[in-house]
Design a protein around this ligand. Structure first.
Ligand SMILES: [Zn+2]
Length: 69
């Protein structure tokens, strides 16, 4: 069992929501420290989150451009 890098607490696999840059993604599987709630993502999940954030940012910029035109 891995230990938390922040506080040494125990890490458990959970299904939950993640909020990054004001954007919440639900139903993600990740590992979370039971003590300080630091979240750990595997490589695929990290890439997924980055792609989602990138997509939303691009679409948002597009929308704002259209609305200001
Ligand atoms: Zn911790």
């Amino acid at each position: 069992m891995e230990k938390c890098h922040q506080c040494g607490g125990s890490i458990e696999k959970v299904v939950g929501s993640v909020t990054l840059e004001g954007i919440t993604i639900n139903d993600l599987v990740f590992e979370e420290c039971q003590q300080c709630h630091e979240q750990y993502f595997d490589e695929k999940t990290s890439i997924f989150i980055q792609e989602v954030l990138k997509f939303i940012k691009q679409q948002k910029e597009k929308l704002m451009l259209e609305q200001s035109a």
